[in-house]
Design a protein around this ligand. Structure first.
Ligand SMILES: Cc1cc2nc3c(=O)[nH]c(=O)nc-3n(C[C@H](O)[C@H](O)[C@H](O)COP(=O)(O)OP(=O)(O)OC[C@H]3O[C@@H](n4cnc5c(N)ncnc54)[C@H](O)[C@@H]3O)c2cc1C
Ligand SMILES: *[C@@H]1O[C@H](CO)[C@@H](O)[C@H](O)[C@H]1NC(C)=O
Ligand SMILES: *[C@@H]1O[C@H](CO)[C@@H](O)[C@H](O)[C@H]1NC(C)=O
Ligand SMILES: *[C@@H]1O[C@H](CO)[C@@H](O)[C@H](O)[C@H]1NC(C)=O
Ligand SMILES: *[C@@H]1O[C@H](CO)[C@@H](O)[C@H](O)[C@H]1NC(C)=O
Ligand SMILES: *[C@@H]1O[C@H](CO)[C@@H](O)[C@H](O)[C@H]1NC(C)=O
Ligand SMILES: *[C@@H]1O[C@H](CO)[C@@H](O)[C@H](O)[C@H]1NC(C)=O
Ligand SMILES: *[C@@H]1O[C@H](CO)[C@@H](O)[C@H](O)[C@H]1NC(C)=O
Length: 618
């Protein structure tokens, strides 16, 4: 293997491309006037949420060198990144341009694959909802054979990752929003703060949940994320700007001489010598020349749930039939790479209050009002722009959305299925075995109400986000080209298991029930989608679901699952990739079962724990 000596070689290479001397700055070692080191202790692939977290922790030891290679660039810290209420305003600027395969389960519609492409990753573009799953969500991970990854094992890392700021006294007084001190951290890098602005009708929506019999959880981050609760945003409590992986885990430590961040460089392949991952190859574009740099200790994959499996497959680690079909030499036959793909299928139901309170979210469509509120934010850091879109939700268990008869018929339907029935014909037996094990645990946790199956994120409106939290369908991520700059093929396979549609039917009925509660009567709620006038029978509800549900809540996960190898797992409980040395994964792809929560706080906690695990084997 012709390895380039980086201190000089890379510069020489680049000077060939540009036709002249390339200053180190052209390498985009951010903020450094030095060349790359000849090698590093650790190379982290992907400078997103998990990658920057792990880089920060590993470089706490001044004797360890870390190179982070990120395909995107730094964000411009424009308003649509920093102002909580403008989230989403950067559109695709910091995202991959990817579309999934047509999905038969939703009338062959396609949809975006939502993945960030920027330093800081998903936390640059996300909605800043900063909740956690329930105890049961994480205890499922441990029950799958991952010792130390249950709620008790993760709680210290949730705490370590955050600095929590509770609601200010005037909000507590008016809204009764409490918090559980024992669940929080107060010294961590990510700012997690309770919003200081709520629309008045929100109180009535909370009352409606109570009338429906859904408990109020005083703090959904203490392991009890079941019921209705207010949650925090990843927002700085003082500046009321986004707190994200860049501000939490890069800016404060970027001066460390042992931390190098390279941007605009895409890792194209891992170099594996004698079953040990020894180096990575990267390039800035399909036409630029490739550079190789080696890691003395470990290569750590943090490229996200869509791209970590892509890099593995390109490097010969994946399902052997796939690799062979593309002429890629098989290094490790690992059928789980890209399998077990999960997300949260979501129905954005719509409606309005005909007798709304003042102000209401609808006022924001009045451009004059919106401009006034933005000016207020700029001047005083208050008002609707000071908080993220998601500030409250109800997470419901199966027994809360369906009666006893219906719960047992749903669980029977699932348990009676041949576990291979809803997978593609060529699926490896280990992947099916893993799914079967997941199914046994899932149905048991569901029956006992230990986990939520449904999220209703709500604002002061009758329309809500209805999101399936524990799908039984499994999708896949698979390369169809050896070109590392080509997108991998994303197939959500949403509703490939018909049980998911059935649970969704009960979710829609439950959503309609809460909107019909007496607490909302005076506000005159009208649901416009799914329209109760035309969507009545179960069959009509199913049709509305297939016509409206989107396959993702931007929570792609589980594509390199932490499970036993005989269960289609890709990493062990120490996050080491099976069958090869010196290679671990730390991003959302290692999650074995998607938790009932927005993912970012979980990704931070997983990465914090990952860093400790990696340090411990140093
Ligand atoms: C639009 C959107 C909205 C969301 N809303 C919320 C929310 O409100 N609340 C919440 O909790 N969660 C939300 N999430 C989810 C959450 O932000 C993500 O789950 C989390 O950030 C994922 O972290 P990660 O480390 O797994 O991957 P990422 O943060 O995506 O990092 C992966 C990084 O790897 C880089 N990369 C990929 N391939 C390569 C390569 N070959 N070479 C080099 N670099 C590479 C990418 O550019 C990216 O920066 C949202 C996500 C998105 C995209
Ligand atoms: C996104 O990809 C599509 C098709 O692959 C292409 O037509 C479109 O121009 C791309 N958009 C951007 C902004 O790159
Ligand atoms: C989806 O596409 C497949 C293949 O083209 C076709 O057989 C099927 O009828 C389509 N389904 C719908 C609902 O249009
Ligand atoms: C909000 O909109 C309603 C309905 O148009 C209007 O009556 C009310 O005055 C508006 N409130 C503000 C603060 O603009
Ligand atoms: C729009 O907002 C402006 C400023 O608050 C207000 O004066 C006006 O009445 C609003 N218009 C409507 C239709 O609510
Ligand atoms: C400005 O913020 C303070 C608290 O931070 C608040 O008391 C005050 O009402 C705000 N001003 C306006 C005009 O909203
Ligand atoms: C239980 O729910 C099912 C389906 O939602 C309904 O058909 C049935 O009548 C309900 N049974 C009882 C006893 O309420
Ligand atoms: C790979 O799949 C994508 C998406 O389905 C398609 O556009 C592309 O043409 C395929 N590439 C190859 C080489 O088959």
């Amino acid at each position: 293997m012709a390895r380039i000596h980086l201190a000089t070689g890379l510069l020489a290479t680049l000077s060939l491309i540009s036709g002249g001397w390339a200053a180190p700055a052209s390498l985009n070692i951010v903020g450094r006037d030095v060349a790359l080191f000849a090698n590093y202790d650790y190379i982290i692939v992907g400078g997103g949420t998990s990658g920057l977290t792990v880089a920060d922790r590993l470089t706490e030891d001044a004797d360890k060198t870390v190179l982070v290679i990120e395909s995107g660039n730094l964000d411009d810290q424009e308003d649509s990144v920093l102002v909580p209420g403008l989230a989403g305003g950067t559109g695709k600027k910091y995202m991959y341009n990817m579309t999934c395969e047509p999905q038969p389960g939703i009338n062959n519609r396609t949809y975006s694959f939502l993945a960030a492409h920027v330093v800081g990753g998903g936390t640059v573009v996300n909605g800043q909802a900063f909740d956690r799953g329930s105890r049961g969500d994480y205890d499922l991970w441990e029950a799958l054979g991952n010792q130390g990854w249950g709620w008790e094992g993760l709680l210290p890392y949730f705490k370590k990752s955050e600095t929590f700021t509770p609601s200010p006294p005037e909000i507590v007084k008016e809204w009764g929003i409490e918090y559980d001190r024992s669940a929080h951290g107060f010294k961590g890098p990510v700012m997690s703060s309770m919003p200081t602005y709520y629309y008045p009708a929100m109180k009535f929506v909370f009352k409606a949940w109570k009338q429906l019999g859904i408990p109020y959880s005083r703090d959904g981050t203490n392991g009890n994320a079941l019921g209705a609760f207010y949650f925090s945003n990843s927002v700085d409590p003082v500046t009321r700007t986004r707190s994200y992986a860049r501000t939490a885990h890069y800016e404060p430590v970027k001066g460390r001489p042992n931390l190098h961040l390279l941007t605009g460089q895409t890792v194209t392949k891992l170099v594996i010598e004698g079953k040990k991952a020894s180096a990575v190859k990267f390039a800035s574009s399909p036409t630029a020349s490739t550079t190789t740099i080696s890691a003395k200790k470990e290569i750590i994959l943090a490229a996200g749930s869509g791209h970590t499996p892509q890099i593995l497959q390109l490097s010969g680690i994946g399902p052997k039939t796939l690799l062979k079909s593309l002429g890629i030499p098989v290094v490790v036959d690992l059928p789980g790479v890209g399998a077990n793909f999960q997300d949260h299928p979501s129905y954005y139901t719509a409606g309005l209050f005909t007798n709304d309170m003042n102000p209401s979210p609808a006022n924001m469509s009045n451009a004059t009002y919106a401009a006034e509120m933005l000016a207020l934010y700029k001047y005083n850091r208050t008002g609707p722009y000071s908080s993220g879109f998601g500030t409250a939700a109800a997470f419901l268990t199966l027994p809360e959305i369906a009666n006893k008869t219906r719960v047992s018929s749903l669980l029977n339907l699932i348990q009676r299925q041949d576990p291979s029935a809803h997978f593609p014909a060529n699926t490896d037996a280990t992947v099916i075995a893993g799914y079967k094990f997941q199914r046994t645990l899932l149905t048991s946790f569901m029956a006992s109400g230990r986990i939520a199956v449904s999220e209703n994120a709500f604002s002061a409106l009758p329309g809500m986000l209805n999101s399936l939290q524990k799908p039984f369908s499994r999708g896949s991520i698979a390369i169809n080209s050896t070109d590392p700059f080509a997108n991998p093929v994303v197939d959500y396979r949403i509703f490939s298991n018909p049980a998911d549609v059935e649970i969704f039917v009960d979710m829609i009925k439950s959503f309609r029930r809460v909107v019909g509660m007496p607490a909302l009567k005076d506000l005159g709620p009208i649901i416009t989608n799914p329209d109760p006038a035309t969507v009545k029978s179960d069959e009509e509800i199913r049709a509305a679901i297939r016509a409206n549900v989107v396959p993702t809540l931007a929570h792609p996960s589980c594509t390199c699952a932490m499970m036993k190898r005989e269960h289609g797992g890709v990493v062990d409980a120490q996050l080491k990739v099976y069958g090869v040395k010196g290679l671990s994964i730390v991003d959302a792809s290692v999650i074995p079962l998607i938790p009932a929560t927005h993912l970012s706080s979980t990704v931070y906690a997983v990465a914090e724990k990952a860093a400790d695990i990696i340090k411990a084997r140093a």
